[in-house]
Design a protein around this ligand. Structure first.
Ligand code: ADQ
Length: 455
């Protein structure tokens, strides 16, 4: 089997225990065929020295480059996170377009290719991840690389009307066409991309997601990412080993716990979610001291302006709900701006009656799948998931809501809290089957098989 070369902005930390999720998935893929994981070291330096740090895991190697401070500003904060992230999440209103940031993004993609190319072997398969590296296929081809090369977008691909708001949309699309396979989280995202190519670049659709565009042929298809449900389920069953979860369980007793877990990001719909919970308890005094919300949301990307504003807004709403409704023996909202280890989160999901996953837009949302995997088979909780999360395409039996419609989320919460055991159980069985069948191994194997089949 050919060697796998994975390229992503951040990699797992060589030698450190893997914290699950994508790091474990890619570890398994790399360990199977042997290979190389290439990415940013996480370090910034004043001036680039064009050097790589090398490290080895059991069956594969890491090669890591440093970014300069200017790269970090322009490529990472500027273009990736202040232009691409908002536009691809349909938030053109929050996007900052800056030609210099794009130039830096272009230069960093070129530097990735320049430093990677000498490490490549003729029969390698290259798999590039996510929106930081959308130009890398083009750069590798320019460096003379001809082998199978794929890209996977972890975040949504918006409708063409939204994507064209990016001043550089045509250049990015042409660069994506240098990949053999462009993978998306959902069929809807893949269709958006093909429709964009047809409308803006007169692309011709062929069978099976293959498109003729920019004088070349590429395939655009959906590969929904999964989780490792067995590890989540085992960690969840072990919740009593965490003293603070045991204390939480004693504190809530027979009362119902609603749980939300997110990075603090404007795509996650936190203000709307908190408002919906606030309206639920404002409207129904019988729920006072009977239900509470734990919302975990550690700050991320704090150097980007839109994120600082969000932090203030979420603090304010959570504070107001508590000051309006809390009692000496009851705190309606526990809002915790801190990260927790994944095992403890799994235990928290197990204690919850309702998992409230209501992003305004999300590539997939792995928390939704982790919530399903963590439930007690004898007494499962209810998953509420928003329609614009990629996970909704697979998790049909969840309670699905429009996250902008606060009254609808309030109604969904009420019906989830009242849902009889039989219905909870039936919905969960169906979700469970899906989450176990379409797990993370199914995802990466399916993607790599499809990539290798493009040749
Ligand atoms: P994220 O936007 O980070 O990922 P998500 O898929 O929900 O969104 O979470 C990724 C992982 O981080 C999950 O395993 C989750 O458990 C963990 N996580 C989330 N909040 C956490 C917290 N507060 N503390 C500790 N861990 C936390 C991007 C895309 C998603 C896509 C993933 C994977 O935005 O749409 O599902 O990549 O492709």
């Amino acid at each position: 089997m050919s060697r796998l070369v994975v390229v992503s902005n951040r990699t797992a930390t060589p030698g450190a225990p893997r914290s699950g999720g994508l790091a474990t998935a890619l570890h398994d893929a790399l360990a199977e065929s042997g290979g190389l994981w290439f990415g940013w070291s996480g370090q910034t330096v004043e001036a680039s020295d064009e050097k790589l740090a090398h490290a080895a895991e059991d069956d594969y190697a890491f090669a890591l480059l440093d970014l300069t401070e200017a790269d970090y500003e322009g490529y990472y904060l500027g273009y990736s996170n202040a232009a691409l992230w908002p536009v691809l999440h349909y938030r053109v209103d929050l996007a900052r377009f800056d030609d210099e940031a794009f130039a830096q993004y272009d230069r960093v993609n070129a530097r990735f290719a320049r430093l990677l190319a000498p490490l490549m072997r003729d029969d390698d398969t290259v798999w590039v991840h996510d929106y930081h590296l959308m130009l890398l296929g083009r750069e590798l081809r320019a460096a003379g690389w001809r082998g199978p090369t794929g890209f996977f977008l972890h975040i949504p691909f918006p409708s063409p009307e939204v994507f064209t708001a990016l001043p550089q949309h045509a250049e990015i699309a042409e660069a994506l066409a240098a990949f053999d396979l462009v993978g998306f989280q959902t069929a809807h995202d893949a269709e958006n991309f093909r429709r964009y190519l047809a409308e803006q670049h007169a692309a011709t659709p062929l069978a099976d997601g293959v498109v003729h565009a920019f004088g070349t042929v590429l395939r655009a298809a959906a590969f929904p990412i999964g989780i490792d449900p067995d590890s989540v389920s085992a960690a969840a069953a072990d919740w009593r080993s965490h003293p603070d979860l045991a204390r939480l369980a004693r504190g809530i007793g027979e009362d119902a716990l609603v749980v939300g877990v997110d990075r603090l990001d404007y795509s996650k719909g936190l203000p709307q979610r908190l408002e919906a919970f606030g309206q639920l308890i404002a409207a129904d005094a019988a729920l006072h001291a009977r239900v509470s919300l734990v919302q975990i949301a550690p700050p991320s990307r704090t150097e980007v302006e839109a994120y600082a504003d969000l932090r203030e807004q979420v603090d304010r709403i959570a504070g107001r709900i508590n000051s309006d409704h809390a009692d000496l023996g009851w705190i309606p909202v526990r809002y915790i701006a801190r990260e927790y280890p994944r095992d403890k989160l799994a235990g928290l999901y197990r204690l919850a009656r309702v998992g409230l996953v209501t992003p305004l837009r999300d590539g997939m949302n792995l928390v939704a799948k982790e919530f399903v995997a963590a439930q007690d088979p004898g007494d499962p909780g209810v998953l509420i998931v928003s329609e614009p999360a990629g996970a909704a395409e697979q998790l049909e039996e969840a309670v699905q809501v429009n996250p902008y419609d606060i009254a609808a989320v309030t109604d969904a919460l009420r019906s989830a809290l009242e849902m009889p055991h039989g219905e909870r159980s039936a919905r969960w069985q169906a979700l469970r089957a899906r989450v176990w069948r379409e797990d993370v191994g199914w995802w990466w194997r399916g993607y790599l098989d499809a990539l290798r089949a493009t040749r």
